[in-house]
Design a protein around this ligand. Sequence first.
Ligand SMILES: C[S@@+](CC[C@H](N)C(=O)[O-])C[C@H]1O[C@@H](n2cnc3c(N)ncnc32)[C@H](O)[C@@H]1O
Length: 378
Amino acid sequence: MDLAKFFHTNGGIGDTSYSSNSGLQRMGVMKTKGVIERAISDLCRSNGNFLKTLVIADLGCSSGPNTLLVGSMVIDAVAKTSLELGLKFPEVQINLNDLPTNDFNTIFKALHEHQENKTTEEIIDEHHPPICYFTGVPGSFYRRLFPANSLHFVHSSYSLQWLSQLPELEEINKGLIYLSSTTPESVSKAYYEQFQKDFLAFLTCRAEEIMGGGRMVLTLGARITDACGEKSYQLWRPLAMALQEMVFEGLVDEAKLDSFNLPLYTASPTEIVNLVESEGSFTLDHLESFEVNWEAWKRKSYDNDSSQLKDTECHVIAHGVAKGIRAAIESLVSDHFGEAIVNDVFTRYEKFLIERMSTEKKEAVVSITISLTKKTDI
Ligand SMILES: C[S@@+](CC[C@H](N)C(=O)[O-])C[C@H]1O[C@@H](n2cnc3c(N)ncnc32)[C@H](O)[C@@H]1O
C-alpha cells in the first residue's frame, strides 16, 4: 500500500473538511510557538548580516487555518528578531508541501483572498512584516523535495507519525487496527522497523536540503513511555469496535477488518533521540513532550449542527473527536472498505467514543516536539 497514491485529509472548507476539524492539531502547534520562535531567532542571529532571503518549508501542511499558522509564526519571529538586531527584514519564501492528493487549491485561494484584503499602504509600508512568497511542493517528504543546501528552516507538525506504507505483517493483528498491549510482538516490531526506515530517510533527505546551521522543528503524534502505546490506542479502540460491530452485523467482511491496520506509528522520546543520533547530521537542541486534550477538537459551531445528540459535555467532545478523526483518515477507510460505509463507520465510532468518555473524561493526544540544527562540519 503506497500511501502517496491516495492518502489525504478531507479537502475544502465544509463540515467534514480538515480545515473545519483540526482544532487539536492547531492547539498543539500553538504550544510549540516558543520553540519555533527560538529556532528562528537563533537562525537569524547566527546568519546576521547576510540573510537577505529566508527559505522555509512546512512539510505535511494539509489545507486549512493550520497551514498558514506556521507561516505567520515564522514571519512574526523574523520581524521581531530583525527589529531587535536593527537589520532590514529579509524576504521570506514559504514552501508548502504535502502529498499530491492534498487540496492545494483551497490553500492558494485562501492566500489570494488574504493578499486581496491587504491595503496598498500595508503592501508598500517598509515597516510592515516581511514580504512573503508562497509555493506548493507536492510529493512525499520521505524523498528529496528541494535542491541541495537550499533551505534555512523546516517545520512539520502532526505528519511524521504517518508511515510511507503499511509494513509487511507476518501475523494478523486480530480485531485490532493499531498497536495495543495484545498486538503480536512481530506486528509491533514490523511497525517500529518501518518507522525507523521512514524517519531515517526523512532526516537524510533534509540533511541534504538544509544548509549548515539551518534549523528544523518537528512535532509528531507520539507516546510518552517506551512501553507499547496502549494510551495512544484509546483514540483507535472505539474505531476498531465500530468495525467489529459491523462485522458482527454482516456489513463488513471479517477478513477485510483483519487486513486493515493504520499506517501510523507513535514513537517514544528515546526512539526519536536514538534515530537523530544514529543519522548524525543534526544536533538535537531541544525535546519536549506534551498532551493536548481531546476537547480541543470540540467545535464552536456544534450547537447548530448536532440537534440529534444530547447536549452533555462528553457528547459534544465525542462529536468533535469523531469529526477530527474522520477529516484526517476518511481516505484510508474509504480506500479499504469502500465509500458506501464511511458514514456508518464514523457514526458508530462516535457512539463508542461516548461510551468510553462517560468513564474516562480526560483523554489526550501525546505529542513530541524536537528542535534540531544541521551540523556545519559534515
Ligand atoms: C494531520 S495532518 C497535519 C497537517 C498540519 N501540519 C497540521 O498541523 O494541522 C497530516 C498531513 O501529513 C500529510 N502527509 C502524510 N504523509 C506524508 C508524506 N509522506 N509526505 C508529505 N505529506 C504527508 C497528510 O497528507 C496530511 O495532510
